[in-house]
Design a protein around this ligand. Structure first.
Ligand code: PLP
Length: 261
């Protein structure tokens, strides 16, 4: 955004951490590009077709380009299903940059391979920028990504089932801790509980989630990410991309730490 001389505006989520679709559409006037992350990091929320159509209609009205970051689209649980932005709004094809990567669905974080489906003119500009900044992704990673995309994907069902179990383990475990309230997200691998009551119990302000995450790390030895950098104070984000055993240990540690403080 800065390279283009632009200004970033963040549409804060609702108090429970979910996307405020009407606030997104209301902020579209004068917006050149909307970054839409679905399924969401940090909340794991999955926007359905109706919400996407609403956002698409506003983008169309104001000539806004939608950058649809859909890197978690293979990690959606239960009956939720995933609707790509361009399936909901096919007439936005000339105004959409759809992003994907191997890092999440193929557990290839660190291989640094992602891609965009977008109009040729945008792809050419991206190529010019990348060739002058990073040269290119390393060829070993490119071949590995190709193998991932062309290889069998029958492991997805098993992975999804494992993530589904972990999600329920973490959400149920968090909701059993006084002062923590967690929605059950449909996708990604994050829980994004509201911790306002816990902050109040500890004598901390709603916007002191950074300090809270630091204390949980130092004193309970569990790593979380505070909500404030995501413009969602009063939350913390926990990743469940780890074993059920480790998740149980983490939940026990947080529960004990909350009881002791
Ligand atoms: C929504 C979203 N998009 C993109 C990325 C970037 O993924 P990577 O650079 O590992 O491919 C992440 C990583 O956390 C993410 O959460």
């Amino acid at each position: 955004v800065k390279i283009c001389g632009g200004r970033t505006r963040v549409v804060p989520p609702r108090p429970d951490g979910t996307v405020d679709v009407s606030a997104v559409t209301a902020s579209m006037a004068g917006t050149k590009v909307l970054v839409l992350c679905n399924p969401s990091n940090p909340s794991g929320e999955v926007l359905g077709r109706e919400a996407l159509e609403e956002i698409g209609a506003a983008a169309r009205e104001h000539g806004t380009v939608v950058l649809a970051d859909e890197v978690y689209s293979d990690l959606v649980y239960g009956d939720a299903g995933f609707c790509p932005f361009l399936r909901a709004c096919p007439d936005m094809v000339d105004h959409t940059i759809a992003l994907h990567a191997v890092s999440k669905a193929f557990a290839m974080t660190g291989w640094r391979i992602g891609w965009a489906a977008c109009p040729d003119a945008v792809a050419a500009k991206m190529g010019a920028l990348m060739s002058q900044s990073t040269s290119n992704p390393c060829s070993i990673s490119q071949w590995a990504a190709l193998a991932a995309l062309e290889g069998p994907t029958d492991f997805f069902d098993e992975w999804r089932a494992a993530f589904h179990r972990r999600r329920d383990l973490v959400v149920d475990g968090l909701n059993a801790i006084p002062g923590i309230e967690c929605l059950r997200p449909d996708g990604a691998f994050y829980a994004f509980p509201v911790v306002r009551d816990l902050l109040a119990k500890l004598g901390m302000g709603e916007d002191e989630d950074v300090k809270l995450a630091g204390r949980i790390l130092d004193e309970a030895h569990v790593a979380s990410v505070p909500g404030s950098p995501f413009c969602a104070p009063g939350h913390i984000r926990l990743s469940y991309a780890t074993s059920e055993q480790d998740l149980e240990k983490a939940l026990e540690r947080i529960a004990r730490w909350v009881a002791d403080n």
